[in-house]
Design a protein around this ligand. Structure first.
Ligand code: ADP
Ligand code: ADP
Length: 231
């Protein structure tokens, strides 16, 4: 089942001064349950593509469809609400709220969704346990390592029950043990709960774990490979 699709997606930054053609006519689909890595040299358009897929920025032309619904051109308020209910994000710099505990960071998104308090807290606890932080519910981000903060970010991304998770260089600031641990957790969620992950990376060890590798060069997709299922 296709849950995310772009059609002739293009992005030109600074069209009126020094135009940068960051995405050129990209048409690609993603299926439910994918574990996909977007790779390519710095400046090839990975972040731009992820931003468009998540409705964080508007394309210059072309469309993005989430589960059959075109999100391109949606009004800001509607788009914010749509993102909140459909898309999970993980960023390179974790982007947790510093004054909130781990539990509050994960609960917050559900608060925005107007969920019941009991249900919200139970779900946040379960998610933090699933990422190995059941003992650190009350820790604030600065009391946690980078790897732990990114695991909170993954729990937060899952909290809203999104259709898929977009992660821009999620392991870029992690040492290799923490990076592999994060991948283990993501892979387990993918395998056991069919959670869809689409992540960009430079890291070959992370690329090796993906089941589909999409390579970007100069704003276009140059390769799209599906790996054999590891046994
Ligand atoms: P990657 O994530 O693969 O490093 P990006 O999507 O960040 O690539 O960038 C693609 C191209 O677009 C690069 O040439 C970059 O300098 C340019 N670019 C990215 N964001 C902006 C922006 N906000 N304004 C102008 N140019 C940008
Ligand atoms: P990454 O390599 O992880 O894609 P970058 O360091 O290229 O990230 O970009 C970081 C931020 O700077 C992004 O928000 C991107 O949109 C912006 N950016 C990148 N290139 C340019 C540019 N040439 N002009 C303005 N903003 C840019």
């Amino acid at each position: 089942m296709i849950i995310l699709k772009t059609t002739n997606l293009s992005k030109v930054y600074n069209p009126d001064t020094v135009p940068v053609h960051a995405l050129k006519d990209v048409s690609i689909s993603f299926e439910k349950g994918e574990f996909t890595s977007i790779v390519g040299p710095s400046g090839s358009g990975k972040t731009t593509l992820l931003n468009m897929l998540g409705g964080l920025d508007n394309p210059t032309s072309g469309t993005v469809e989430v589960d059959g619904q075109v999100i391109t051109g949606m009004k800001d308020g509607a788009l914010i609400d749509f993102r909140l209910h459909n898309i999970g994000f993980v960023f390179q710099h974790y982007n947790l709220i510093p004054v909130f505990t781990a539990l509050e960071n994960v609960s917050f998104i559900m608060l925005l969704q107007n969920r019941k308090k009991d249900e919200m807290e139970a779900r946040a606890r379960n998610l933090l346990e699933a990422v190995g932080l059941g003992e650190r519910l009350d820790a604030r981000p600065k009391q946690l390592s980078g790897g732990q903060q990114q695991r909170v970010a993954v729990a937060r991304a899952l909290a809203s029950e999104p259709k898929f998770i977009l992660a821009d260089e999620p392991t870029a600031n992690l040492d290799s043990a923490s990076a592999m641990n994060l991948l283990d957790i993501m892979e387990k969620m993918n395998r056991e709960q069919n959670i869809t992950f689409i992540f960009s990376t430079h890291d070959q060890r992370v690329i090796d774990r993906a089941r589909r590798v999409v390579t970007m060069v100069d704003g276009a997709i140059s390769k799209d490979e599906r790996m054999k299922e590891a046994v």
